[in-house]
Ligand binder design. Sequence first.
Ligand code: ADP
Ligand code: MG
Length: 608
Amino acid sequence: MTRRRLTVLFVAALALAWGWLPDYSITLLNYIGLYALVAAGLVMLTGVGGMTSFGQAAFVGIGAYATAWVCTSPAVADTLGGFAVPVLLPWFGLLLGLLLTFAVAWVLGSITLKLSGHYLPLGTIAWGLSLYYLFGNIEALGGYTGIAGVPPLVVAGVSLASPRGLGLVIWAALLLSLWALHNLLDSREGRALRALKTSRVMAESMGVDSGRYRVKVFVLAALMAAVSGWFYAHLQRFVNPTPFNLHIGIEFLFMVVVGGAGHLWGAVLGAALITLLKAQLQDVLPKLLGATGNFEGIVFGLLMLFVLQRFADGLWPALARLAQRFLKPDSPPNPVAAAPLAQRALPPVGEVVLEARVVTKRFGGLIANNAVTMAVKAGEVHALIGPNGAGKSTFFNMISGVDDPTSGDVILMGQAMNGKPARDFALLGLSRTFQHVRLLGHRSVLENVALGTHRRGHSGWLASMLRLDRAQEAALRHEARRQIERCGLAAHADAPAASLALGQQRVIEIARALASQPAVLLLDEPAAGLRHLEKRALATLLKQLRAEGVGILVVEHDMEFVMNLADRITVLEFGSVIATGTPAEVQVNPLVLDAYLGGSDDFEEAAA
Ligand code: ADP
Ligand code: MG
């Protein structure tokens, strides 16, 4: 039995049982389906994208109110009366709900997603509350009493008035959404989304427009909530503000956290657990305590604490680990012919590809870079050295668009880059690694490296969801595998990145940088943590890249490595350039020897 088979079996069993299950079970299953739809969107937003929202219930409300209003308002009937039969009204309601949600989510997302840290969840609480009170205060929506008389859905002449009928459609929509989201996550766009949570700076350096992706996934989650609301209105046939209150929004988040925020099926598991538990507790607790009230809230709170203590990633991963003992791995998908990849023409050897002109960076009173001027040419290895705290990493951030210089200019491929984001640097052919590795630890080496190919592909979200991107995806993965082999990590391609030694993780970063086919490569301490043979292999690789015409700038502490590899060396001390020249020239420069006296023994050894 494989995982895929088990999923198919589950769906088939559910479909077969549908006709036989008692009404009460069907009702529960319907709610589980509705909640899971919202929770799955929240998995994408929170578990994958790293953004917490307490406000999803409000979007469910927009979906529900839109259709309830369209279906019951005399004004709508008058306007549409000429060309719409009543059975079509719910579909107009769905359309309106989706359009409204799209607009509201886009505007709210563009504003709130700029907030970071705790401000984002607080922001979602604010608009979650506002929308709730808005529903209650609009006269046309029936105030706090709500709208009654919402008609049932009619699909192809069949009325879905019974929960049993509508439930089938709800579950079909849910399973279809899970399939589409699963495909999305297994694509170029999914990799970019996952990267957001690990590090936005890294994502941008790989050419991902992180702000745009954040808004897009926010809108996606909101649209899924709106669809759930649409079903809800036609299931209940009645809409009022209560189910769209903030505390329901918290419950959705609760489902996701309990189920497993990073897993689509975790959404279903969480929705099922909470729904079933709530139904039980509402019966049992008042009897037990001899009083009426919403006691389940307290139990939920305690349960949440317990789950978070024991299963920090939620219950689904724990279940999946258990199941892995009994399940065989899925067979790999049939190979697809790879589409050709975009290739970059490298500039001629010797041409200046990256230039810093009098770049200064201040952090308050501290001058981390003081009027640094230097250039990197195509087909050379340029080393940047200097004692700890000299400002090397800061300089890297200046010339890769991660941070803006306080003054001075950065010129990449002949273009002034002042004020441009890191992804524009990536687009022009600059790629980099980070001194503190920024990898998706749980994902495979292959997936991490494939992120580097981001700008060489172009499939959008819809194509990825429908698996129309397979030829391109095959090409991107093929390219990633090629770079992994080139960097000597072929044996680890399918292992989680975090399972490799730190030195090897740096090499993954190099492979990821190479996957973008850079013209300029910036490496921040690539040899740190590598063993002797690994360092030799790295040096060979860099020499090969140099021969191909790549311009390489490397920060490195290992002087032997630097002296044997670099064509030119720039030495920084206290943020200022104190020497530039060939390794031979730099080694005898008295200023440099002074700077390193007592600092690094390596240098003296290499110089000797
Ligand atoms: P290196 O990479 O050469 O070891 P860094 O560029 O990391 O040096 O740091 C240079 C100096 O700038 C250090 O004194 C460091 O403390 C300071 N610095 C670096 N980043 C920041 C920051 N974001 N805010 C304040 N000071 C910083
Ligand atoms: Mg550094």
